[in-house]
Design a protein around this ligand. Structure first.
Ligand SMILES: [Zn+2]
Length: 491
């Protein structure tokens, strides 16, 4: 077995790059804050899931065994509000958006976490945790719910570097709750307050008679707050202490801050050793918001002929912690680069065949070629240095341009890198159905063929152009010449 290369990562808790040391040698536990399924996820959310997928792929590439869990928030303020607005049950609403979420994840080639936990299925675990917090005097009851007293929590707000005045850090008997209380799941960082972990329903005594979403609990009928959901599910899936917890930076406060408060108060143990947070995404230089109409779904990109895999590739070209600006022009440029790479891979495949034929006189599987050592080392240096994917992508391009490597060596090296990049490059070289776009869209290799045909036309190589047209038509598409180049249509 190869020895594991040291992996460094930026830990939000310390604010520094640290050497990763797992709890159990050779194994990694990771929890990703999952989607709240009340609407489509937007492309900023998917950037964060591409980050966690990349982290998993890097660890696996380096020979560590991953156990990855993700929650589905299917009950909270947002889901309940939306189900009432749409006049559908919470189950109907969340089932619809959860299904769409996994479809988008699949088209981005994001690996499914080993454990997926729906919040509604784990209310029992949340009730148990709330009972412990009440018993320990960390949580208290009011008329509308159960709250965590932040004054009772040891080191409250460390992750977000909060400055809290007059806290007694749980050293005195009676909490004074002078920070006030907040029942909402989301609130402002400037205003840390006691937060709700359980919200009583109108009828506190019985879940059955209540028309809202509610569960019976020893402390009164109601429903969990968002923050307690992740604490209970992370512990349930992966244990009291885990290696890594991820999310976008906007989750540092209050969500992750409150997760730490609840979990560590309840178990008395460190909740998470390494916190990893992904940077923010603007769209065309503006913050994404529904009112501005720049709230982009993956389907909006596909409608603009941008492949989800091209979006993934574009995401990998900036560091996960940096703030990025999405623009259609930038992603189109990334798609063009990716198409070029696919073209190269197809060409290498062809050259490899010709090469083999010349040597053996017949088409035969060539001997297994290993990835190029020097580039592999360079690639691994990048990915194990706080998941430096832009650097890793740069190394990949260096491979494509190195005249010292044979086509077969290039192809083998790049397909090896693709275990981490996740660009489905292994599919592009062989299959005739679409590896990158969904079926109803134009497959990437058809576009590649059409581009090759355009090049042949410009070079006035008519036989080649005709052969390529036949090739495109054999895949169920027609190509028409235009002044700008070509258009492709389904036959
Ligand atoms: Zn969460």
């Amino acid at each position: 077995m190869k020895s594991v290369r040291p992996i460094t990562l930026n830990n939000t808790l310390s604010g520094k790059k640290e050497l990763f040391v797992p709890l159990k040698k050779g194994k990694v536990t990771m929890y990703n804050c999952g989607p709240t399924v009340y609407d489509f996820a937007h492309i900023g959310n998917f950037r964060t899931y591409i980050m966690s997928d990349t982290i998993r792929r890097v660890f696996e590439y380096e020979g560590l065994k991953m156990k990855q869990a993700m929650n589905i928030t299917d009950v909270d303020d947002k889901t309940i509000r939306r189900s009432l607005e749409e006049g559908v049950t919470l189950e109907t609403l969340t089932a619809k958006y959860e299904k769409l979420f996994w479809e988008d994840m699949e088209s981005l080639n994001i690996l499914k976490p080993h454990k997926i936990l729906g919040a509604r299925d784990h209310v029992k675990d949340m009730i148990k945790m709330i009972s412990v917090l009440l018993k320990k005097g960390i949580a208290y009851k009011t008329a509308d719910g159960i709250y965590v007293s932040i004054d009772k929590v040891k080191n409250y707000g460390v992750l977000a570097r909060l400055k809290i005045a007059n806290t007694d850090s749980g050293t005195t008997g009676q909490a004074n709750h002078e920070h006030g209380r907040i029942a909402n799941d989301e609130y402002d960082k400037e205003n840390p307050r006691d937060f709700a972990i359980w919200k009583f329903s109108a009828n506190k005594d019985s879940a059955e008679e209540d028309e809202t979403v509610a569960w019976n609990a020893p402390f009164g009928c109601g429903r969990p707050g968002w923050h307690i959901e992740c604490s209970a599910m992370s512990i349930k899936a992966l244990g009291k202490t885990i290696d890594i917890h991820t999310g976008a930076t906007d989750l540092i406060f209050p969500h992750h801050t409150n997760e730490i408060a609840q979990s560590e108060s309840a178990t008395g143990k460190t909740f998470v050793n390494y916190w990893i947070h992904g940077g923010f995404m603007n769209v065309e230089d503006e913050k994404m918001s529904k009112s501005k109409g720049n709230f982009l779904k993956l389907a909006d990109l596909v409608a603009e002929q941008i492949s989800p895999i091209a979006f993934r590739y574009w995401v990998l070209t900036s560091h996960y912690r940096s703030q990025v600006n999405f623009s259609f022009d930038a992603v189109r440029a990334a798609q063009t680069a990716l198409l070029k790479l696919c073209e190269e891979i197809i060409r290498w495949g062809e050259e490899e065949k010709i090469d083999t034929k010349a040597k053996t006189g017949k088409l035969k599987r060539i001997a297994k070629i290993a990835p190029d050592e020097t580039y592999k080392k360079e690639f691994e240096t990048a990915i194990t240095d706080d998941f430096n994917m832009p650097q890793a992508v740069a190394t990949m391009w260096k491979v494509t341009k190195d005249p010292a490597l044979s086509p077969a060596e290039k192809k083998t090296t790049i397909l090896d890198f693709d275990k981490v990049l996740g660009l489905r490059l292994a599919d592009i070289s062989t299959i005739s159905t679409s590896p990158i776009l969904k079926k109803e869209e134009i497959p990437l290799e058809v576009t590649v063929l059409a581009e090759a045909r355009l090049a042949a036309r410009l070079a006035k190589d008519w036989p080649k152009a005709d052969a390529l047209r036949a090739e495109i038509e054999s895949r169920g598409f027609s190509v028409k010449d235009t002044e700008q180049g070509f258009t492709i249509e389904e036959l």
